[in-house]
Design a binder for this molecule. Structure first.
Ligand SMILES: *Cc1c(COP(=O)(O)O)cnc(C)c1O
Length: 428
């Protein structure tokens, strides 16, 4: 698909009057429309609910928008739970994906009456000890081995290695855990699995659903437990690269429905609610990092230096991830220059793009880095004393709103305020 910014140069310049670069900007309209499609695609399932993975974009204004569109939240830490609570999520609107979970976090999830998803069989005893066993509970499945889908049309193959992943439990452990949980009073059970990340294939969810539905039938037979929920988790991807085809959420929903009719309905399990925990697919394409070109450099290669760096968007440095770049106002200019687009960290992997064909970039140009709406700002960090950037919402009516201010040095020094010499910096 063609990569087009949701922001024009004029809109960017308007935001710049209030908020200097770098900042992440989010498209409210895009997010809402996307959610309506997701909910429609799964409307055949009575209990369907998307639990947005808070880690992808932990901003309360965004969570509020998602709540208005009928979403719940998927949390995995104390602070994500606190944030969700502050946004008015409670009880069955919260999924708590435990994973080497501290006591405090588990107790908070129990206090909020969230659905708790146990990532390991040893967590049954742990949960019983620290918070007690609730009536409704999930266990996370790991089939081991390699998960593979056939080659997609573009040749992007979906493959991941659950056998190397730290999450989930074996089928035997699932059955054993369900029995223990039933003995401790649990009555309604969920199954969860996350087998592949950022999949560009309409076949991923249906394939996963097939595996989990069959597992549900076996587990039900082996334990007599009532399986009320199957959680397909995250992993639905977005086309970061221009050549990739978008996932079709309606084809995905229909594919899951077919497996449901084929496997669960004949087993008398047609009352199962389908849950999802998409993060990337929900907000990824509806966010961008906006930065200014502040330097150029000509040595063995051509460099453009931005006022943003990997501390504002870690994915390229961490995973070698591709993020498309548009120079605002030069959307139609020929891409006849080749640049490394870099940030100012003292780290040679601080490169947003390597050998990228772009229009000629001039100092002061506004650079739009696509698809930072999920796992973008959220993965920000403070290495090199770099400060986290602001977040701006482009509202449905075209106006904008600052939804997180940029960090300032005082924020950075705040945790050092026990040092007398830092007092002035922190309070100053
Ligand atoms: C990260 C995560 C998600 C969301 O993953 P995406 O790649 O953003 O779809 C969902 N569920 C759990 C448990 C996660 O850890």
């Amino acid at each position: 698909m063609e990569k087009k910014p949701f922001l024009t140069l004029e809109q960017a310049q308007q935001i710049l009057q209030d908020v200097p670069t770098p900042f992440h900007v989010y498209d409210e309209k895009g997010i809402r429309e996307n959610l309506r499609s997701i909910n429609k695609a799964f409307s055949w399932n009575k209990g369907f609910k998307e639990y947005f993975a808070v880690k992808a974009l932990p901003n309360p204004c965004i969570l509020q928008i998602l709540k208005e569109e009928g979403c719940g939240v998927d949390c995995s830490s104390l602070t994500e739970l606190m944030l969700s609570e502050a946004c008015g999520f409670e009880g069955e609107e919260i999924m708590f994906s435990s994973n080497q979970t501290p006591v405090e976090d588990m107790r908070k999830a129990a206090e909020l009456k969230a659905y708790i998803n146990l990532a390991d069989a040893t967590m049954v005893e742990f949960l019983d000890r620290v918070a007690g066993i609730p009536e409704k509970i999930f266990c996370r499945y790991n089939p081991g081995g390699t998960f593979q889908l056939g080659e997609s049309e573009e040749g992007f193959q979906v493959m991941d290695k659950p056998g190397d992943a730290k999450y989930g439990m074996t089928e035997e452990q699932m059955i054993d855990s369900y029995k223990k949980l039933m003995a401790k009073g649990a009555k309604d059970f969920g199954i969860h699995a996350f087998l592949a990340s950022n999949t560009i294939s309409d076949a991923y969810y249906p394939e996963l659903a097939g595996i989990l539905f069959e597992l549900a039938v076996r587990v039900q037979k082996a334990t007599g437990a009532h399986i009320g929920y199957i959680n397909l988790s995250g992993g639905v991807g977005i086309p970061y690269r221009p050549g990739q085809t978008e996932n079709d959420i309606f084809a995905i929903g229909e594919g899951v429905r077919r497996k449901f009719e084929e496997i669960l309905v004949p087993a008398g399990m047609g009352d199962v609610a389908i849950f999802t925990e998409m993060g990337r697919y929900v907000t990824g394409p509806y966010g961008a990092l906006v930065a200014t070109a502040i330097h150029e450099k000509h040595i063995y290669k051509e460099y453009i230096g931005l006022d943003a760096c990997a501390a504002n968007l870690m994915r390229p440095a961490m995973y070698g991830a591709y993020h498309h770049i548009t120079v605002l106002g030069k959307e139609d200019a020929p891409c006849d220059h080749v640049y490394d687009v870099v940030g100012g960290l003292c780290e040679n992997n601080d490169k947003f793009a390597i050998d990228r064909s772009l229009p000629k970039i001039d100092i002061g140009d506004i650079v739009y880095i696509h698809d930072t709406g999920a796992h973008g700002s959220a993965m920000g960090y403070n290495y090199n004393g770099k400060l986290r950037s602001a977040e701006v919402l482009l509202c449905e009516d075209g106006s904008h709103r600052l939804i997180r201010r940029a960090e300032n040095p005082r924020d950075y020094f705040a945790t050092l305020d026990f040092l007398p010499c830092m007092k002035d910096l922190v309070e100053g």
